[in-house]
Design a protein around this ligand. Structure first.
Ligand SMILES: [Zn+2]
Length: 125
C-alpha cells in the first residue's frame, strides 16, 4: 500500500492557504503531528481521516485513494475556496467556469476545455 496522504494534506493545505498550526488546532493535535504526516514519516490515525476530509471539504476517498481519476477534486462555480485556481489550458479562474477538475501537480482543467478536448479526440480517427 502506497498512500500519499501526507502529500495530499500538504497540497490541500497550501492550496487553501492554511498553516500547519491552523490544521493542528482544528484537529486538536500538535504541529509536529502534521509535519510528520507531510514528511511521510507517519500516517494520521484512522479517526482523523473524516475530520481532515471535512476540514478541507474533500471526500475521505480523495485522501485515501492513491491516484484514481475518479478521486480528483472537482470544484464548482461560486466556490470561494481555492482562490487563484486557474485552468491550466485556457487560464480562466475557477469562478468563471462551471467546474474545474483539480489533478495533482497543479494541473487543472475546466469544463469548457474538457469539451474542447473531447471534440478534438472525436475528430481524430
Ligand atoms: Zn479551461
Amino acid at each position: 500500500m502506497n498512500i500519499k496522504i501526507g502529500a495530499k494534506i500538504k497540497e490541500l493545505r497550501k492550496r487553501q492557504s492554511i498553516t500547519q498550526e491552523q490544521l493542528a488546532g482544528a484537529l486538536g493535535l500538535t504541529n509536529q503531528a502534521i509535519s510528520r504526516w507531510e514528511s511521510e514519516s507517519g500516517y494520521p490515525d484512522i479517526e482523523y481521516i473524516i475530520p481532515i476530509a471535512n476540514f478541507f471539504k474533500v471526500t475521505a476517498n480523495y485522501l485515501l485513494d492513491d491516484g484514481g481519476h475518479a478521486n480528483w477534486l472537482k470544484i464548482g462555480m461560486g466556490c470561494d475556496e481555492n482562490k487563484g485556481l486557474y485552468c491550466s489550458f485556457c487560464g480562466k479562474d475557477h469562478t468563471q467556469v462551471k467546474k474545474t477538475v483539480v489533478a495533482p501537480n497543479n494541473i487543472n482543467i475546466c469544463n469548457e476545455c474538457v469539451l474542447l478536448c473531447v471534440d478534438t479526440m472525436m475528430s481524430v480517427q
